[in-house]
Unconditional design. Structure first.
Length: 138
C-alpha cells in the first residue's frame, strides 16, 4: 500500500528500564498518496504528507479523518512548521507547534502510541518527548 509503514512503539518515562513490551501496532496510511478507498478505510492512522496552511489543514482533517471505523488519529503538517492532529474519539483539532519535518511519518505513529497509552493529544503541548530511533525487529 503506498505510503504505509510499520512502527512498534513503547510509551513510558525516558530513562526507565522495562522488559520490551509492544503496546501499539497499527497501520499508517499517507492519505495524500493513497488512491485506494479500502486503504483509507483500514487505516488506524491517516497522515497528510503535503504541508498545508492552517485553515486548509483543519478543513482536511474535518473531511478525511479519522475516516474509517478503526481510525484513531489523523494528522497533517503545516506550512512553516508544526502539525495539526485530530483524535478519532474527539472532533476537536489540536495544533502541535513542533519541529518534526513533514517527511517524518514516524511522528504520527508516536502520536498514536500516545493516544493508546490513554493520554490526550492536548497533553503533547506540555510534554517533552524524547524520540529514539532503533533498527526494526527482524
Amino acid at each position: 500500500m503506498a505510503g504505509g509503514g510499520v512502527l512498534l512503539a513503547r510509551t513510558g518515562l525516558a530513562g526507565t528500564r522495562r522488559a520490551p513490551v509492544v503496546l501499539d501496532e497499527h497501520l499508517t496510511v499517507d492519505a495524500d498518496v493513497c488512491a485506494d478507498a479500502r486503504g483509507l478505510d483500514c487505516a488506524d492512522v491517516l497522515r497528510g504528507s503535503r504541508p498545508r496552511p492552517a485553515a486548509e489543514a483543519v478543513r482536511w482533517l474535518a473531511e478525511i479523518g479519522p475516516a474509517g471505523p478503526g481510525c484513531r488519529l489523523a494528522a497533517v503538517p503545516l506550512i512553516g512548521g508544526g502539525w495539526v492532529a485530530r483524535d478519532g474519539t474527539d472532533p476537536g483539532v489540536v495544533a502541535l507547534p513542533c519541529r518534526v519535518p513533514p517527511e517524518q511519518w514516524l511522528f504520527v505513529s508516536c502520536l498514536h502510541a500516545w493516544l493508546v497509552a490513554g493520554l490526550p493529544l492536548s497533553g503533547m503541548l506540555e510534554a517533552h518527548p524524547r524520540i529514539t530511533y532503533r533498527p526494526a525487529l527482524p
